[in-house]
Design a protein around this ligand. Sequence first.
Ligand SMILES: Nc1nc2c(ncn2[C@@H]2O[C@H](COP(=O)(O)OP(=O)(O)OP(=O)(O)O)[C@@H](O)[C@H]2O)c(=O)[nH]1
Ligand SMILES: [Mg+2]
Ligand SMILES: [Zn+2]
Length: 227
Amino acid sequence: MAVITLRQSVMAEDEKYAARIRQAMSERGTLLINVIGSPGCGKTTLLEETRERNKGAFSFGVVEGDLETSRDAERLAQRGIPAVQINTKGACHLEAHVVEKALASLPDRLDVIFIENVGNLVCPAEFDLGEDFKVAVSSVPEGEDKPIKYPSLFAQAEAVLLTKTDLLPYTRFDVDAFTRDVRTLNPSAPLIALDLLGAGAHMDDWVEFVARRLREKRDGQALLGVG
Ligand SMILES: Nc1nc2c(ncn2[C@@H]2O[C@H](COP(=O)(O)OP(=O)(O)OP(=O)(O)O)[C@@H](O)[C@H]2O)c(=O)[nH]1
Ligand SMILES: [Mg+2]
Ligand SMILES: [Zn+2]
Protein backbone atom coordinates (compact mmCIF):
# COMPACT_ATOMS: atom_id res chain seq x y z
CA MET A 1 0.00 0.00 0.00
CA ALA A 2 2.81 2.40 0.86
CA VAL A 3 4.20 1.90 -2.63
CA ILE A 4 0.91 2.87 -4.20
CA THR A 5 0.69 6.02 -2.09
CA LEU A 6 4.20 7.07 -3.05
CA ARG A 7 3.53 6.52 -6.75
CA GLN A 8 0.36 8.59 -6.55
CA SER A 9 2.10 11.46 -4.81
CA VAL A 10 4.99 11.42 -7.31
CA MET A 11 2.52 11.53 -10.18
CA ALA A 12 0.54 14.34 -8.56
CA GLU A 13 3.76 16.35 -8.12
CA ASP A 14 4.62 15.73 -11.76
CA GLU A 15 1.22 17.01 -12.88
CA LYS A 16 2.28 20.46 -11.64
CA TYR A 17 5.31 20.38 -13.92
CA ALA A 18 3.15 19.16 -16.80
CA ALA A 19 0.74 22.05 -16.28
CA ARG A 20 3.65 24.50 -16.26
CA ILE A 21 5.01 23.08 -19.52
CA ARG A 22 1.55 23.34 -21.10
CA GLN A 23 1.32 26.98 -20.06
CA ALA A 24 4.82 27.78 -21.39
CA MET A 25 4.10 26.08 -24.74
CA SER A 26 0.82 27.93 -25.00
CA GLU A 27 2.61 31.25 -24.46
CA ARG A 28 5.18 30.36 -27.13
CA GLY A 29 2.53 29.06 -29.53
CA THR A 30 4.52 25.82 -29.81
CA LEU A 31 2.86 22.45 -30.45
CA LEU A 32 4.31 19.76 -28.16
CA ILE A 33 3.97 16.15 -29.34
CA ASN A 34 4.89 13.11 -27.23
CA VAL A 35 6.05 10.30 -29.56
CA ILE A 36 5.78 6.83 -28.01
CA GLY A 37 6.66 3.38 -29.39
CA SER A 38 8.77 0.26 -28.82
CA PRO A 39 12.58 0.27 -28.99
CA GLY A 40 13.62 0.44 -32.64
CA CYS A 41 10.15 1.04 -34.10
CA GLY A 42 11.51 4.03 -36.05
CA LYS A 43 10.86 7.08 -33.85
CA THR A 44 14.17 8.81 -34.58
CA THR A 45 13.99 7.87 -38.27
CA LEU A 46 10.51 9.41 -38.39
CA LEU A 47 11.90 12.69 -37.04
CA GLU A 48 14.86 12.62 -39.45
CA GLU A 49 12.52 12.05 -42.37
CA THR A 50 10.10 14.70 -41.14
CA ARG A 51 12.95 17.17 -41.51
CA GLU A 52 13.68 15.98 -45.04
CA ARG A 53 10.08 16.07 -46.19
CA ASN A 54 8.25 18.85 -44.38
CA LYS A 55 9.37 21.45 -46.96
CA GLY A 56 9.51 24.16 -44.32
CA ALA A 57 5.86 23.64 -43.32
CA PHE A 58 6.95 24.04 -39.68
CA SER A 59 10.19 24.41 -37.75
CA PHE A 60 10.83 21.83 -35.04
CA GLY A 61 13.13 20.67 -32.29
CA VAL A 62 13.33 17.43 -30.34
CA VAL A 63 13.66 16.35 -26.73
CA GLU A 64 15.23 12.88 -26.84
CA GLY A 65 14.70 10.37 -24.04
CA ASP A 66 16.94 7.31 -23.71
CA LEU A 67 18.35 5.32 -20.82
CA GLU A 68 21.92 5.96 -21.97
CA THR A 69 23.89 7.66 -24.79
CA SER A 70 23.20 10.78 -26.81
CA ARG A 71 23.15 8.89 -30.11
CA ASP A 72 19.64 9.93 -31.12
CA ALA A 73 20.24 13.62 -30.35
CA GLU A 74 23.48 13.41 -32.35
CA ARG A 75 21.67 11.83 -35.32
CA LEU A 76 19.17 14.68 -35.31
CA ALA A 77 21.83 17.37 -34.84
CA GLN A 78 23.59 16.04 -37.94
CA ARG A 79 20.44 16.89 -39.88
CA GLY A 80 20.41 20.40 -38.42
CA ILE A 81 17.53 19.64 -36.04
CA PRO A 82 17.86 21.32 -32.60
CA ALA A 83 17.87 18.41 -30.16
CA VAL A 84 18.51 17.90 -26.47
CA GLN A 85 19.16 14.49 -24.94
CA ILE A 86 17.84 13.25 -21.62
CA ASN A 87 19.46 10.13 -20.15
CA THR A 88 17.08 8.49 -17.70
CA LYS A 89 19.80 6.18 -16.29
CA GLY A 90 17.54 3.18 -16.10
CA ALA A 91 14.08 4.76 -15.92
CA CYS A 92 11.78 3.39 -18.60
CA HIS A 93 9.79 6.58 -19.29
CA LEU A 94 10.19 10.37 -19.21
CA GLU A 95 8.71 12.54 -16.47
CA ALA A 96 7.63 16.15 -16.73
CA HIS A 97 10.16 17.67 -14.31
CA VAL A 98 13.05 16.42 -16.48
CA VAL A 99 11.35 17.43 -19.72
CA GLU A 100 10.84 20.96 -18.40
CA LYS A 101 14.59 21.35 -17.86
CA ALA A 102 15.36 19.94 -21.31
CA LEU A 103 12.87 22.28 -23.02
CA ALA A 104 14.74 25.25 -21.59
CA SER A 105 17.76 24.41 -23.75
CA LEU A 106 15.86 24.39 -27.05
CA PRO A 107 15.40 27.61 -29.07
CA ASP A 108 12.29 29.62 -28.06
CA ARG A 109 10.87 30.12 -31.52
CA LEU A 110 10.01 26.63 -32.72
CA ASP A 111 6.65 25.79 -34.24
CA VAL A 112 6.72 22.21 -33.00
CA ILE A 113 8.68 20.26 -30.40
CA PHE A 114 8.63 16.47 -30.52
CA ILE A 115 9.45 14.50 -27.40
CA GLU A 116 10.85 11.10 -28.36
CA ASN A 117 9.95 9.08 -25.30
CA VAL A 118 11.96 6.10 -24.06
CA GLY A 119 11.28 3.06 -26.28
CA ASN A 120 8.47 1.39 -24.35
CA LEU A 121 4.76 0.81 -25.02
CA VAL A 122 3.74 0.66 -21.36
CA CYS A 123 4.40 3.42 -18.81
CA PRO A 124 5.18 6.36 -21.16
CA ALA A 125 1.46 6.25 -21.95
CA GLU A 126 0.62 6.97 -18.30
CA PHE A 127 2.77 10.09 -17.79
CA ASP A 128 1.61 13.55 -18.75
CA LEU A 129 4.56 15.58 -20.04
CA GLY A 130 2.52 18.69 -20.74
CA GLU A 131 2.16 17.65 -24.37
CA ASP A 132 -0.69 18.67 -26.65
CA PHE A 133 -1.14 15.01 -27.54
CA LYS A 134 0.55 11.64 -27.82
CA VAL A 135 1.40 9.82 -31.06
CA ALA A 136 1.74 6.02 -31.09
CA VAL A 137 4.34 4.45 -33.39
CA SER A 138 4.16 0.73 -34.13
CA SER A 139 6.29 -1.12 -36.68
CA VAL A 140 5.42 -4.08 -38.89
CA PRO A 141 8.01 -6.52 -37.41
CA GLU A 142 6.48 -6.09 -33.93
CA GLY A 143 3.31 -7.83 -35.11
CA GLU A 144 -0.27 -6.68 -35.57
CA ASP A 145 -1.31 -7.47 -32.00
CA LYS A 146 0.47 -4.58 -30.27
CA PRO A 147 -2.57 -2.26 -30.05
CA ILE A 148 -4.75 -4.90 -28.41
CA LYS A 149 -1.96 -5.96 -26.02
CA TYR A 150 -0.95 -2.40 -25.06
CA PRO A 151 -4.31 -0.65 -25.34
CA SER A 152 -3.70 2.39 -23.16
CA LEU A 153 -1.29 4.06 -25.58
CA PHE A 154 -3.32 3.29 -28.69
CA ALA A 155 -6.57 4.45 -27.10
CA GLN A 156 -5.09 7.83 -26.11
CA ALA A 157 -2.98 8.55 -29.17
CA GLU A 158 -4.23 11.29 -31.48
CA ALA A 159 -2.41 9.67 -34.42
CA VAL A 160 -1.23 6.09 -34.92
CA LEU A 161 1.73 5.52 -37.24
CA LEU A 162 2.53 2.10 -38.70
CA THR A 163 6.18 2.10 -39.80
CA LYS A 164 8.32 -0.35 -41.81
CA THR A 165 5.50 -1.17 -44.22
CA ASP A 166 8.24 -2.11 -46.73
CA LEU A 167 8.70 -5.26 -44.60
CA LEU A 168 5.10 -6.43 -45.06
CA PRO A 169 6.04 -9.03 -47.75
CA TYR A 170 8.48 -10.69 -45.33
CA THR A 171 6.16 -11.06 -42.33
CA ARG A 172 2.70 -12.40 -41.56
CA PHE A 173 1.57 -9.00 -40.35
CA ASP A 174 -2.22 -8.76 -40.71
CA VAL A 175 -2.97 -5.17 -41.74
CA ASP A 176 -6.75 -5.65 -41.46
CA ALA A 177 -6.50 -6.97 -37.88
CA PHE A 178 -4.17 -4.10 -36.91
CA THR A 179 -6.55 -1.56 -38.42
CA ARG A 180 -9.61 -3.15 -36.82
CA ASP A 181 -8.02 -3.20 -33.34
CA VAL A 182 -6.82 0.40 -33.61
CA ARG A 183 -10.30 1.47 -34.73
CA THR A 184 -11.95 -0.43 -31.85
CA LEU A 185 -9.69 1.29 -29.32
CA ASN A 186 -9.65 4.62 -31.04
CA PRO A 187 -12.27 5.36 -33.69
CA SER A 188 -11.01 8.79 -34.74
CA ALA A 189 -7.19 9.02 -34.72
CA PRO A 190 -5.61 9.17 -38.17
CA LEU A 191 -3.83 5.90 -38.97
CA ILE A 192 -0.84 6.56 -41.24
CA ALA A 193 1.24 3.80 -42.85
CA LEU A 194 4.88 4.78 -43.45
CA ASP A 195 7.85 3.32 -45.28
CA LEU A 196 10.47 5.57 -43.73
CA LEU A 197 13.50 4.33 -45.65
CA GLY A 198 11.88 4.04 -49.04
CA ALA A 199 9.55 6.15 -51.11
CA GLY A 200 8.10 7.73 -48.00
CA ALA A 201 4.52 6.96 -49.00
CA HIS A 202 2.09 8.90 -46.82
CA MET A 203 4.81 11.07 -45.31
CA ASP A 204 2.83 14.03 -46.67
CA ASP A 205 -0.18 12.89 -44.62
CA TRP A 206 1.96 12.95 -41.46
CA VAL A 207 3.42 16.37 -42.24
CA GLU A 208 -0.04 17.72 -43.06
CA PHE A 209 -1.46 16.26 -39.84
CA VAL A 210 1.19 18.03 -37.73
CA ALA A 211 0.80 21.29 -39.67
CA ARG A 212 -2.99 21.17 -39.23
CA ARG A 213 -2.77 20.57 -35.49
CA LEU A 214 -0.31 23.50 -35.22
CA ARG A 215 -2.74 25.76 -37.12
CA GLU A 216 -5.63 24.62 -34.93
CA LYS A 217 -3.68 25.30 -31.75
CA ARG A 218 -2.75 28.79 -32.89
CA ASP A 219 -6.23 29.58 -34.20
CA GLY A 220 -7.69 28.44 -30.88
CA GLN A 221 -5.27 30.67 -28.99
CA ALA A 222 -6.08 33.64 -31.20
CA LEU A 223 -9.78 33.17 -30.45
CA LEU A 224 -9.03 33.05 -26.72
CA GLY A 225 -6.64 36.00 -26.97
CA VAL A 226 -3.61 34.09 -25.66
CA GLY A 227 -0.22 33.18 -27.10
N1 LIG B 1 12.82 -1.41 -43.22
C1 LIG B 1 12.60 -0.31 -42.47
N2 LIG B 1 13.46 -0.01 -41.49
C2 LIG B 1 13.21 1.10 -40.77
C3 LIG B 1 12.09 1.95 -41.00
N3 LIG B 1 12.12 2.94 -40.10
C4 LIG B 1 13.20 2.75 -39.33
N4 LIG B 1 13.88 1.64 -39.73
C5 LIG B 1 15.11 1.08 -39.15
O1 LIG B 1 14.81 0.62 -37.84
C6 LIG B 1 15.96 0.78 -37.01
C7 LIG B 1 15.57 1.54 -35.75
O2 LIG B 1 15.18 2.87 -36.12
P1 LIG B 1 15.20 4.08 -35.12
O3 LIG B 1 14.62 5.24 -35.81
O4 LIG B 1 16.54 4.23 -34.51
O5 LIG B 1 14.20 3.54 -34.00
P2 LIG B 1 13.79 4.22 -32.61
O6 LIG B 1 12.35 3.93 -32.40
O7 LIG B 1 14.20 5.65 -32.60
O8 LIG B 1 14.68 3.37 -31.58
P3 LIG B 1 14.98 3.69 -30.02
O9 LIG B 1 15.23 5.17 -29.90
O10 LIG B 1 16.19 2.88 -29.73
O11 LIG B 1 13.76 3.24 -29.27
C8 LIG B 1 17.00 1.50 -37.83
O12 LIG B 1 17.92 0.53 -38.33
C9 LIG B 1 16.19 2.13 -38.95
O13 LIG B 1 16.95 2.32 -40.13
C10 LIG B 1 11.20 1.59 -42.08
O14 LIG B 1 10.16 2.24 -42.36
N5 LIG B 1 11.51 0.46 -42.77
MG1 LIG C 1 15.32 6.69 -31.21
ZN1 LIG D 1 8.51 3.47 -16.93
